[in-house]
Design a protein around this ligand. Structure first.
Ligand code: GTP
Ligand code: MG
Length: 199
């Protein structure tokens, strides 16, 4: 990971369980969304280069709150990263799942400082109905999205191109998604560039 760009600073700000507890709007925000256990928190840690910044877990569905981080990127002014709770995990209690959607919807819809939603997919699993729905909805409210295929270290290089092409086709993207690995740092430079051009 030696060549991966890293954040100059990254600190946890707060967790918010309800819209009333969201921090006041300040720096431009980048949100990270995806299925439970897909690797959202690991991606935030690997991208910033600050291990343990976002809590990761082998148990899916652990992050049930919105978590804010103040991040000073490799270049340019300060940002806020927002780690969103994962969706689509059946073992999370029904009432928690019912709470997820209004909370995330409210955040994405109302937050004027939200510049980009990074939608994270497992490269081995690809896009499913949830991702199609999420992207369609983001598009309908004019919120830019960047698709990332993570856990790229889990597939041989020969399988990257077919995975990228399939995601691009299934999600009707006009650009290739970014392949990323929290293990190797692959894709970090490309994702920082996408973030920089969104703000
Ligand atoms: P929730 O917050 O529970 O929705 O999960 P999450 O999406 O934040 O996933 P998290 O970052 O906690 O990672 C889940 C598991 O996947 C952990 O065991 C990570 O070590 C593993 N993981 C995440 N990213 C990668 C990756 O790029 N490569 C590999 N090999 N494992 C990864
Ligand atoms: Mg998480």
């Amino acid at each position: 990971m030696a060549l991966s760009p890293r954040a100059r600073q990254a600190v946890f700000v707060k967790s918010a369980p309800t819209p009333a507890t969201f921090p006041p709007e300040g720096a431009p925000e980048i949100a990270f969304a995806g299925r439970s256990n897909v690797g959202k928190s690991s991606l935030i840690n690997a991208l910033t280069g600050f291990d343990g910044l976002a809590r990761t877990s082998r148990t899916p569905g652990r992050t049930q709150l919105l978590n804010w981080f103040r991040v000073v990127p490799p270049s340019g002014p300060e940002l806020a990263f927002v780690d969103l709770p994962g969706y689509g995990f059946a073992k999370v209690a029904r009432d928690l799942r019912a709470a997820w959607q209004p909370l995330v919807e409210k955040f994405v819809t109302d937050r004027a400082v939200l510049k980009l939603v990074v939608v994270i997919l497992d490269i081995r699993r690809g896009a499913e109905q949830e991702e199609e729905d999420l992207l369609e909805w983001l598009d309908s409210i004019d919120k830019p999205a960047q698709i990332v295929l993570t856990k790229a270290d889990k597939v041989p290089k020969s399988k990257r191109f077919p995975a990228v092409a399939a995601a691009r086709r299934e999600l009707r993207l006009d650009r290739d998604p970014i392949c990323f690995s929290a293990e190797t740092g692959e894709g970090a430079a490309e994702l920082w560039r996408a973030i920089a051009s969104s703000v």
